[in-house]
Design a protein around this ligand. Structure first.
Ligand code: CP
Ligand code: NVA
Length: 306
């Protein structure tokens, strides 16, 4: 069987994604009940980081340890990758020593090039295009709080960048409607909008975009790698701050999510993460559980949830 990778939500079938989410919920309960599950003994995950991270690094590292394995942090500054060793050579070498590789990078092509030469599963820990691991946690969080997301309305407020693109892929795979509210010129790339088809709509007015929504979510206005545009983005996105008054226009049982890190006073008001409708801390915690399910699925094919 050929090596499976998780570079995008589209790499798994909807059934496989739902299975991973269900297993994440199960693994969370087992951990809370102090039950040890160690299917990945002696297994090693390599984690290549070309960008900063708190949640992604911690959740993968802690997750591997909890599953009985180990994780090795590889900063691009300290490896030969950072000094120009070709991606495919690195993939060939690393994948002979590791059981899986997680990569956080800039160009998505780095991931696809690495995966093409890797003998072991490659996981996208965020690229400029996509952040699928975050979506596993977001889908788990919605499922825990509200049940099935199928047919619900989700509103993305903010930049049409990696998180938004992954929301489009999730809308297709989990069958929900997605409204995207972003400034002109900051829409997701056309290929993602085409993929979303009728499930995805662009709504310019944030009040109209959140009206009746079951989930409202946002992200920083300036992503990693866009730092030079920060001042301009602050001005352009100013009308898109998510605050309590805006959430009041959504469905009564709306949830608010933010992948974090957050900039209070910019994309969200100072108080929004303390609002009872916000589930951002559960969402952050679920990175751990959802990715443990992902690691189990990819590294232990025999134990795949169907
Ligand atoms: N949400 C997320 O990926 O956080 P980190 O950048 O801290 O990993
Ligand atoms: N869009 C953000 C997500 C951080 C988790 C970034 O790429 O910096």
């Amino acid at each position: 069987m050929s090596t499976r990778h998780f570079l995008s939500m589209l790499d798994f079938t909807p059934e496989e994604l739902s299975g991973v989410v269900r297993r994440g919920i199960e693994l969370k309960k087992l951990r809370n009940d102090n039950v040890l599950i160690e299917p990945l003994k002696q297994r090693v995950l390599g984690m290549i980081f070309e960008k900063s991270s708190t949640r992604t690094r911690l959740s993968f590292e802690a997750g591997m340890i909890q599953l009985g394995g180990q994780a090795i942090f590889l900063s691009s500054r300290d490896t030969q990758l950072g000094r120009g060793e070709p991606t495919d050579d690195s993939a060939r070498v690393m994948s002979r020593m590791l059981d899986a590789v997680m990569i956080r990078t800039f160009a998505h092509s780095t991931l696809t090039e690495f995966a093409a030469c890797s003998r072991v599963p490659v996981i996208n820990g965020l690229s400029d295009d996509l952040h699928p691991c975050q979506l596993l946690a977001d889908m788990q969080t919605f499922a825990e709080h509200r049940g099935s997301i199928k047919g619900k309305t989700v509103t993305w407020v903010g930049d049409g960048h990696n998180m938004c693109n992954s929301y489009i892929e999730a809308a297709v795979q989990f069958d929900f409607n997605l409204r995207i509210c972003c400034p002109k010129g900051y829409e997701p790339p056309a290929r993602f909008l085409q993929l979303g088809g009728e499930r995805v709509s662009l709504v310019r007015d944030p009040r109209e975009a959140v009206a009746g929504a079951h989930l409202v979510t946002t992200d920083v206005w300036t992503s990693m790698g866009q730092e030079e545009e920060a001042a301009q983005r602050l001005e352009l996105f100013a009308a898109l701050q998510v605050n309590r008054a805006l959430l009041d226009l959504a469905a009564k049982d709306v949830l608010f999510m933010h992948c974090l890190p957050a900039h209070r006073g910019e994309e969200i008001s100072q108080d929004l993460l303390d609002d009872p409708r916000s589930v951002a801390w559960d969402q952050a915690e679920n990175r751990l559980h959802a990715q443990k399910a992902l690691l189990e699925f990819l590294i232990q094919p025999g134990a795949r949830p169907a």
